[in-house]
Write a protein that binds this ligand. Sequence first.
Ligand code: ZN
Ligand code: FE
Length: 257
Amino acid sequence: MKLLPLPAFQDNYLWLLHDGRQALVVDPGDEAPVRACLEANGLRLVAILVTHHHPDHTGGVAALREATGATVWGPARERIPEPFTPLADGDAVEVLGLRFEVIDVPGHTAGHIAYHCAEVDGAPLLFCGDTLFSGGCGRLFEGTPAQMHASLARLAALPGSTRVCCTHEYTLSNLRFARAVEPDNEDLRAYEAECVALRARGEPTLPALLAREQRINPFLRTAEPAVAAAARLHAGADPADPVAVLAAIRQWKNDFR
Ligand code: ZN
Ligand code: FE
């Protein structure tokens, strides 16, 4: 299996997974990079998986479906280009000989879903849209801090070897903020240096490794004393309440330059 992050727009990745003949794509906000990749590699698109309704994740769905006949799956509780097979928590998608389990992850949008496959070439794979980013999380456009906290907790409970396919290259700016929250986190410092080097070579920082996110991502670390203390100092958040800590650092990040 080959996993490719196709760059689109300013900083999106359209994730394409293929076996040399057939392909699936996740959140194709734009059809052009997907069609170019299919042609260059002689692939047939069989499946389109959508995580949430935002245009940068759905803009190419209709054109790709029409051009390829691919089947579209998406969140049952959101409006995306019809027709599609609606999915909710606990459902599964069988495609390319793989089984992707659906996890409800409300927060960024109200009906956002993620797709997790227990094993692709030896390690789990997660397509999580705009819920979990490397070093950060999505903005709360439609959901509450409590929902995002619960969603991130579910993703964080997946195996540490999970490769996290986030939809945006936000890593460097996320890590700059994470350092403001946890200036003494050595793992964070080392990871940031790695990511700076990758970006300097024009390479993606993704997929991210979930085990590392546990050590560096403040939004997965709301119960850590250092993160809770920073949230209290910055915004007066109750350090014993992980939801209040998440709300405080999410707001802090929104205003962080
Ligand atoms: Zn979005
Ligand atoms: Fe997005």
